[in-house]
Design a protein around this ligand. Structure first.
Ligand SMILES: CC(C)(COP(=O)(O)OP(=O)(O)OC[C@H]1O[C@@H](n2cnc3c(N)ncnc32)[C@H](O)[C@@H]1OP(=O)(O)O)[C@@H](O)C(=O)NCCC(=O)NCCS
Length: 310
């Protein structure tokens, strides 16, 4: 039994905050943000929309896309570091709101690599035959843990949600290989106290190294090589980190997903949001080989190689 993506959905808040808007409230410039990060604008959820709301909106779309009802879900995994509250989990809130009566539910804390951790966890339950349909959501309301007086971090992040139903797919398709990893010794470089605290340079170095290595590792594990890759979906943190991963795989520009300019870094939501946008744009087709790769606070990382299609 192979596990793969059988439905996807996303939600991004309507409110757009541009670099020009940030110039008005802090000592920064559109030019600095664009050249250092590739970000042009980000979405910020208003006070009435919390993490569980965004998760719900994305999840509804993923269920519709999968053509299944919430009652058919066996488990809900929500990757987030910005839950509505410490407990109950966002996953339990979602279980109730969706009416997923038979689903187990828990949150996963792996920061920006969280969606990768969720998908790989779902794969295990499906491939052992224990579960059939697992909903995985990557969602963040980073605006509530952003220090709007700290230009080092405030310009980087945004809010949003992406969701996928992981379930059985036909032979040869689905998640072919994965890599998950962590290095707690690097936790000091990116963490939340009251707000996000980051040593940008250290995170940058780690990210460039890890994104490239993990991408190559999942290809090797699947018995494939760089030439086989049709599309790369890197975590959307910074265009320079993303470009380094693309170069490591020797892919042309048009074979890498880029949504960071529109949404900034949405942490666990960035990979599934990008996935939905690329599929909707027709850039990902049946039988394409996709590499998804993320890294984040923890430090954590995760990657998968996927043969697209059901
Ligand atoms: C944060 C990051 C964009 C900074 O880029 P950088 O090229 O390393 O920038 P540098 O550290 O060389 O330069 C920083 C300088 O710009 C200034 N600066 C920082 N933020 C700024 C901003 N928003 N606007 C203007 N200047 C800013 C700093 O104060 C510093 O000035 P100084 O040299 O006078 O002290 C980059 O390090 C990065 O993307 N790191 C990874 C972060 C990440 O991905 N985090 C999420 C992980 S999931």
């Amino acid at each position: 039994m192979n596990a793969g993506f059988i439905g996807i959905g996303r939600y991004t808040p309507d409110k757009i905050v541009t670099n020009a808007d940030l110039e008005k409230v802090m000592d920064t410039s559109d030019e600095w943000i664009r050249t250092r990060t590739g970000i042009e604008e980000r979405r910020i959820a208003d006070d009435s929309i919390d993490t569980s709301d965004m998760a719900f909106f994305a999840a509804e779309k993923a269920l519709e896309d999968a053509g299944i009802s919430a009652e058919q879900l066996d488990m809900i995994l929500v990757a987030t570091v910005t839950p509505d509250q410490p407990f109950p989990s966002v996953a339990c809130m979602l279980q109730e709101r969706l009416g997923a009566k038979k689903a187990a539910a828990m949150d996963i804390s792996a920061a920006c690599a969280g969606f990768m951790y969720g998908v790989v966890t779902a794969k295990q339950f499906i491939e052992t035959g224990a579960f059939t349909n697992v909903l995985v959501v990557g969602v963040e309301k980073l605006s509530k843990v952003t220090d709007w007086n700290d230009r080092n971090t405030a310009v980087l992040f945004g809010d949003g949600a992406g969701a996928a139903v992981i379930g059985p797919v036909s032979e040869g398709k689905g998640i072919l290989s994965f890599e998950l990893g962590a290095d707690g010794s690097g936790g000091k470089h990116l963490y939340q106290d009251e707000f996000i605290i980051m040593n940008g340079r250290e995170v940058f170095k780690f990210a460039v190294r890890q994104m490239g290595e993990s991408s190559l590792n999942v290809l090797e594990k699947a018995g494939l090589s760089k030439e086989d890759v049709d599309f790369l979906i890197p975590h959307q943190a910074n265009i320079r980190i993303m470009e380094a991963s693309r170069e490591r795989l020797e892919l042309p520009v048009e074979k890498m997903s880029k949504t960071v300019h529109k949404y900034g870094n949405t942490s666990a939501a960035s990979i599934p949001i990008s996935l939905v946008e690329e599929v909707e744009a027709g850039k990902i087709k049946d039988d394409d080989l996709i590499v998804m790769v993320g890294f984040g606070g923890g430090l954590t990382w995760g990657a998968i190689a996927v043969r697209w299609g059901r």
